[in-house]
Design a protein around this ligand. Structure first.
Ligand code: F6R
Ligand code: MG
Length: 381
């Protein structure tokens, strides 16, 4: 049976500030989507939260980019926004960038990750959901899961994985994509995806048979909106086992925290901390960035789960290391490299502050000249 797994997420109001979601808002979203399951429009649904974001996990048979499914998510977020506005939650409805739905939520604010596949005799999937960071946060772990044999033993051992995987990489500024075949083109892949401000892994396919293995949300809210409206906290779907990386190989990159863009005001580098569902409430300096892992087994499209994959003491060390990394970076305060480089800051509110200094810059050489010399120089110029 062909099933589509769609995860559509949005920030429709924070409680308190940008740290978490309010249960009444989450319930309003859940109620709307559950009704659609009852009507038969969806096979099943689940709601996840991470920080101030809500993700709707849906299974159905309508394929990717289905108007019906996107509208269900959009309407659910509208219902949630009504509640968020009543409670005057922070940034109520902030990711719903237009008033009217026009066929597909892409470009309208919410983030989307969807894949369609023939459900295997047993179909384990993991939905990762992060807050206070951007889709390029997945570049490093996706490389490790699908192209690094030091992380994923299956690349060496499992015949179905031995041919490697193909990465589809998106240039978020031009909207153009390129497919790179690993292991042959692994250095080209790394040449691109190491630039996390520009390149984002969108999809990963298994070379053995072209099966979809992973898909991520890649919308850059800042570019869609033309102004800063928050980092576009991403979701990622990964299929596991039997010719895909094992659950443990998929989770392993998160045992060693790395630094991602986001955190306070979407303007800082910080460690991505893997946490249990209940700890996905970033509050220290609005962070540090968090990631949850929700594991499901699909059973004829039904979502059996979620299992809270990072609620494992084996990730305690990663959490401690992330805290230590956070301390080191916080020591830098407003200075780079804690603060993002200037070109990334263009999509924040900083240019507004810098604008008023624009006319106050002067040429230090010209300043040394006498008034006559200045006039002479101006004439010559
Ligand atoms: C980061 C984030 C927060 C806000 C910060 C300031 O993604 O959402 O760190 O940027 O709390 O928020 P405003 O500008 O709304 O006061
Ligand atoms: Mg968020």
């Amino acid at each position: 049976m062909k099933v589509t797994l769609s995860v559509i997420k949005a920030d429709i109001g924070g409680f308190v500030g940008h740290s978490s979601t309010h249960p009444d808002v989450v319930n309003a979203v859940r109620e709307h989507v559950e009704k659609e399951v009852e009507k038969g429009n969806l096979i099943d649904c689940d709601i996840l939260t991470c920080g101030d974001d809500i993700a709707i996990v849906m299974t159905h048979t309508h394929g990717v980019d289905a108007e019906l499914v996107h509208k269900i998510a959009w309407d659910a977020f509208m219902k949630g926004t009504e509640v968020a506005k009543k409670l005057k939650l922070y940034g109520a409805g902030q990711d719903l960038l237009t008033d009217t739905f026009s066929g597909n939520v892409k470009g309208m604010g919410p983030g989307v990750a969807e894949m369609e596949f023939e459900e295997r005799p047993s179909e384990p999937v993991i939905v990762f959901f992060a807050d206070k960071t951007s889709p390029s946060a997945w570049n490093l772990p996706l490389y490790e899961m699908f192209a690094d044999p030091m992380n994923t033993a299956g690349l060496v051992i499992d015949p179905k994985m031995h041919d490697g995987f193909t990465f589809e990489v998106l240039d978020v500024y031009t909207g153009k994509a390129v497919k790179l075949n690993t292991p042959a083109e692994v250095y080209d892949l790394l040449a691109l995806i190491g630039s996390v401000g520009k390149y984002v892994v969108k999809n990963v396919y298994r070379n053995y048979d072209g099966e979809i293995a992973a898909t991520a949300s890649t919308q850059r809210l800042s570019l869609i909106a033309g102004q800063y409206v928050g980092k576009d906290d991403p979701v990622l779907i990964v299929r596991a086992q039997s010719g895909f990386p094992a659950v443990g190989e998929i989770l392993e990159p998160f045992a060693r925290p790395w630094i991602v863009e986001g955190w306070m005001r979407g303007s800082h580098n910080g460690p991505l901390m893997p946490v249990s569902f209940e700890d996905a409430r970033p509050s220290r300096f609005d962070g540090p960035p968090r990631v949850i892992g929700a594991g499901y087994q699909l059973a004829n499209g039904k979502l059996i789960g979620p299992a809270d994959m990072f609620k494992d003491p084996a990730f305690d060390k990663a959490r401690q290391v992330a805290q230590d990394m956070a301390d080191i970076l916080r020591r830098q305060g407003i200075f780079e490299p804690h603060r993002l480089p200037a070109e990334e800051m263009e999509y924040t509110t900083l240019p507004k502050v810098l604008k008023k200094l624009e006319n106050r810059f002067y040429d230090t050489e010209v300043e040394k000249l006498s008034e006559e010399q200045k006039i002479e120089k101006e004439d010559m110029d």
